[in-house]
Design a protein. Structure first.
Length: 375
């Protein structure tokens, strides 16, 4: 049973990162590599892909096998920013609760398995698909605030919970690359759609991941090497989220009834204090724009809280079909973070890779294995 899936935002950002091993078309240079360059120019290129592959080898480029399958494990944790929260009950009118509900912390975590098939369409352009399954969770810490007689906003209750759920992702991407003498640059870009049963619509994500690296050849076998790289990781995803859930998924109906009754008591007490404060002001003090703004803000908050309580009371009275509908805007606390990674290429068929992202408010780890073949 999901708890408070109202704010169960997915943490699937690393799902869409460049999950392939770092292979690329490398321009062979240097006197010590003359024999390799000559052999590439003399041997007939045997595969259909990439397009212009034969021409590239004639110019001294050492190409990777043109197709591959990657299997990857992913873990990530990132902080989210949530605002423009609107809530309605039993498909009734929604009310904006930004003034009275404040999110102190929202952290998403994901553990995922990802399969990424790819082909080299051109010698410098890799195209791939993303298919994955994940177990994700979102932990939130929020507070409900209302003003008192001095117009100080006080937290009257807190909301702390953790939502856990499963998700499926599908995506497409491409990576332009260039390599010369073992140094290389890769600019990964992709789009993905993540389906979570707690949300009405799939979440759309765009990822950009530039990487700059160097491949080293310390082994006797030329096809065996180690690559090191560093780069950035930027994520942008759809800001609007809408959903619906049964109230019983959040709390038992009996607890909702208690919260509604206690809420009315607190509202009545605070409303009386606000009116008493306003009534004790002189006409000149009431005309002061600062006092007028405080009074209007307090009444807006009390009105919003009252509407929520009325809607919740009506929903709870029909417990069998009580539901809450919600919409909100979400975003990452930091869009960018820094990444470093390494790869061990056993031969041109098999590669092992690990990458770690850090700095900012997001951490991530990717580990995977790749098999490549000619096509």
């Amino acid at each position: 049973m999901k708890k408070f899936s109202l704010i169960a935002l997915i943490g699937l950002l690393v799902f869409c990162s460049n999950l392939s091993s770092q292979v690329y078309s490398n321009k062979v240079v240097g006197e010590k590599n003359t024999a390799l360059k000559d052999s590439l120019q003399q041997i007939e290129y045997p595969y259909i892909l990439p397009i212009w592959g034969a021409k590239a080898t004639k110019k001294g480029f050492n190409l990777p096998y043109s197709a591959g399958i990657n299997i990857n494990y992913l873990w990530q944790e990132s902080e989210l920013v949530i605002d423009n929260l609107e809530v309605g009950f039993n498909h009734g009118q929604k009310h904006n609760l930004d003034e009275i509900i404040r999110f102190n912390n929202a952290t998403s975590t994901a553990n995922a398995i990802n399969i990424r098939p790819d082909i080299w369409l051109f010698p410098f352009l890799n195209v791939y698909g993303i298919l994955g399954k994940a177990k994700t969770s979102t932990s939130i810490d929020a507070g409900v605030y209302i003003p008192d007689s001095s117009n100080n906003w006080n937290q009257v209750t807190s909301l702390s919970t953790k939502a856990e759920f499963d998700a499926t992702v599908f995506g497409l991407g491409f990576t332009p690359t260039v390599g010369i003498g073992g140094g290389w640059l890769a600019l990964d870009m992709n789009v993905a759609w993540t389906d979570v049963d707690a949300l009405e619509d799939p979440v759309f994500t765009f990822v950009f991941g530039p990487r700059l690296g160097k491949t080293f050849y310390p082994f006797k076998k030329r096809t065996r090497n180690i690559a090191l790289w560093a780069g950035g990781f930027r994520v942008k995803f759809s800001a609007k989220t809408e959903g619906s859930l049964e109230l019983a998924e959040v709390l038992p109906v009996s607890e909702w009834e208690t919260k509604v009754n206690n809420g009315y008591i607190v509202l009545d007490e605070n409303q009386a204090q606000i009116e008493e404060w306003w009534g004790n002001l002189t006409p000149l003090e009431q005309a002061n724009p600062i006092n007028q703004a405080k009074y209007d803000a307090a009444n807006r908050a009390m009105d919003a809280a009252g509407k929520v309580l009325v809607g919740l009371e009506g929903a709870v009275s029909n417990a069998e079909s009580a539901s809450v509908q919600y919409s909100l805007d979400k975003g990452l606390k930091d869009k960018w973070n820094f990444i470093v990674g390494s790869q061990f290429q056993v031969n041109k068929h098999f590669m092992l890779r690990a990458e770690f992202g850090f700095l900012g408010s997001r951490e991530q780890f990717i580990g995977g294995v790749q098999y490549r073949f000619g096509l």
